[in-house]
Design a protein around this ligand. Structure first.
Ligand code: NAP
Length: 601
């Protein structure tokens, strides 16, 4: 994004403005979320609107591996298991098919704002080139299904199936896994590939149960009600007023198609997103034709290097992530003789310039100045996940789209609509684009069932004081179990999640292959290895709470309580972690082949 002159930066005034905007949003109960596992009234919001559930008999089986989750992580784990020669494994997923987040998120306009050439996995192996620079959800889902087909991943998969409990049986040296379909599966290895966007976040707002219209979460789009289908116009909304609650990455993508279809769209915004240019365009035929072997991994590495502030010859992705996000994440180094205060102020000025450019973009694209002002984000860039879109902001110029600014949230839901500041907005439909329990939700909750290890202790109890692991992937007391690396569990974080999943899958496939080659049937993480890894994670934790407490509340700063972030749930390396260091370490561990840190039987 183009930046303006820095000389207008008045640090005190900017800080004051940001704090006052933060305070408008720091209201009690803002993060109250329904637990759909226990809230019977709203549990049906999780039901699958895309694939009918077919009754089947329970399965009693012994298999080599159970992979919990059929999204990108589970698919890649399955591919690596095939490469390691594992013939029998079962993917289990609550969805009606493969795809994970791309199975569930079929809302109109769904796209991935991370470049398609690095996000869609295994492009080289499938000899596939995405149609556009940023892929639609449907194209991603089709591609994931093609991978699954190529590697026969769905043979034995149990869809529309939730695991209700998993327990290590020391006598047989296997995991005993139970499901909500009555299945009893015994597996030598258990792989948790549950993802980070698998738990819907449905807010707890007074009166939601009284709403007389139709409502659903964006990750369960009800095309039966709206008409149409993914990628095709919605046909049944011509006389409907639709409320969209939420203006994160999802909300901003579905508002344009809704405006095409509905009589009126009311956008309920609590915090404006920083919406940068996406710049989507069809794939250049020259790029599609001239690709050298290894190009995709090289391109992923190039993106990741830029995101970590490492020097590259050329920024191949060249988009808002690599410009703005990378710039703020890696501010220029401290100059010789510069005081720390001056250095921080320089980083703050850079952030201000980038946010000013976003605010200018709003003013340029939104005709009504009052609406434009409400759409301007006033916080530091990394306080919220940034968004990128080319049509979202200008959709507020359409006569049937209106913004309802509600920094303190929705007062209540009535039988007829939503109430903000005492005013009732009558609507026919509410779309909850309110996101997911992401990032900070611990692994045991995302897994959604009790996992009992070798000492009869559950993972929830074991991690009650925070995570403890080897490489964020294996846990002492939970033999033969792997967790795909993810935020909040002692691994690293990558904006391009696929890149991390590729690495995690490689580790799992090669480890299981090596154990089989040695004739090892059970591995357990040694206490020393786990303590050493956990200490390393804790020692690299940087307490950013003084900066983050000034942020607008979001899940990134624990909804305004960053001081409660647990160092043990941090990453390998400062901040988002040192992805390349983590990869080198894992690869040299795999290469050494001695399984150092594991006790083998
Ligand atoms: P989100 O980023 O968590 O946004 C949720 C929205 O709902 C926010 O605008 C939030 O307001 C609002 N909200 C929540 N509770 C509310 C309440 N009680 N009253 C009023 N508003 C409320 O969720 P998302 O947009 O679904 O995105 C989630 C994640 O999915 C993203 O971070 C990203 O990782 C992924 N995603 C990625 C893409 C992509 O293109 N790659 C696309 C979609 C989603 P506040 O901001 O005030 O909290």
């Amino acid at each position: 994004m183009e930046q303006g002159p820095a000389n207008v930066f008045d640090a005190d005034a900017v800080r004051e403005k940001y704090l006052s905007e933060r305070d408008r949003r720091l209201v009690p109960g803002r993060a109250a979320t329904r637990d759909l596992g226990t809230d019977e009234r709203f549990a049906p919001y999780r039901d699958d609107p895309f694939t009918p559930v077919v009754q089947r008999d329970p399965i009693i089986d012994e298999t080599e591996v159970v992979i919990l989750g059929g999204g990108i992580a589970g698919i890649l784990a399955g591919v690596e298991l095939r490469k390691a020669g594992v013939e029998r494994f079962r993917i289990i997923d609550q969805a009606g098919g493969i795809g994970g987040t791309w199975y569930w998120n079929r809302y109109p306009g769904v796209m991935c704002d991370v470049e398609s050439y690095i996000y869609l996995p295994m492009l080289e192996e499938l000899d596939y080139v995405p149609r556009d620079r940023y892929a639609s959800g449907q194209e991603i889902l089709d591609h994931l299904q093609a991978i699954a087909q190529r590697h026969d991943l769905c043979a034995g998969a149990l869809f529309h199936t939730g695991v209700t409990g998993a327990a290590w049986d020391g006598t047989t040296g296997r995991w005993q896994i139970r499901t909500d379909r009555g299945d009893r599966i015994s597996a030598r290895y258990y792989v948790l590939a549950v993802g980070i966007l698998n738990l819907l976040k449905l807010p707890e707002i007074a009166g939601m149960e009284d709403f007389g219209g139709h409502s659903f979460h964006s990750a369960r789009w009800d095309y039966g009600y709206t008409g149409g289908a993914p990628g095709r116009p919605m046909t049944k909304l011509g006389d409907k007023v639709v409320a969209v609650m939420g203006t994160g990455a999802t909300g901003i993508q579905c508002i344009g198609p809704l405006a095409d279809a509905a009589e009126r769209v009311l956008v309920f915004q609590r915090t404006p997103s920083a919406v940068g240019e996406r710049g989507n365009r069809p794939t250049d035929p020259a790029f599609a034709q001239h690709r050298e072997s290894g190009w995709q991994q090289a391109r992923m590495d190039n993106f990741q290097a830029v995101m970590l502030g490492r020097p590259v010859d050329r920024d191949l992705t060249d988009d808002g992530w690599t410009h703005d996000y990378a710039a703020v994440q890696n501010p220029p180094r401290k100059r010789e003789g510069e005081s720390f205060g001056d250095y921080l102020r320089r980083a703050e000025a850079l952030d201000f310039e980038i946010m000013e450019a976003h605010r200018r973009r709003v003013a340029e694209l939104v005709a009504d100045s009052g609406t434009a002002e409400q759409l301007k984000p006033y916080y530091r860039y990394l306080c919220k996940r940034p968004c990128f879109h080319d049509e979202y902001l200008s959709s507020f110029n359409r006569p049937n789209v209106a913004l309802v600014d509600c920094p303190g949230g929705i007062e209540r839901v009535s039988a007829e609509g939503l109430v903000v500041d005492g005013h009732q907005y009558q609507v026919d439909c509410i779309v909850y684009a309110t996101g997911f329990e992401a990032e900070l939700t611990p692994l045991y909750r995302r897994a959604g069932h009790e996992i009992i290890g070798s000492h009869g202790i559950s993972l929830a109890d074991d991690w009650a004081e925070g995570a403890a692991s080897l490489y964020g992937m294996m846990i002492r007391g939970f033999p033969n179990m792997f967790a795909m690396p993810a935020p909040g569990q002692q691994a690293v974080v990558t904006v391009n999640y696929t890149q991390l999943a590729v690495l995690g899958a490689e580790v799992i496939g090669r480890t299981i292959g090596e154990l089989a080659a040695r004739g090892t049937t059970v591995f357990e993480v040694s206490a020393e290895a786990q303590d050493a890894w956990t200490s390393q994670v804790v020692s690299s934790f940087v307490d950013g709470s003084s900066v983050m407490s000034a942020c607008t509340p979001s899940r990134i700063n624990n909804e305004g309580r960053p001081e409660l972030l647990e160092p043990r749930n941090g990453n390998y390396g400062r901040g988002f972690g040192d992805y390349f260091g983590y990869r080198d370490l894992l690869r040299s561990w795999l290469g050494a082949g001695d399984m150092d840190g594991l006790e083998l039987r």
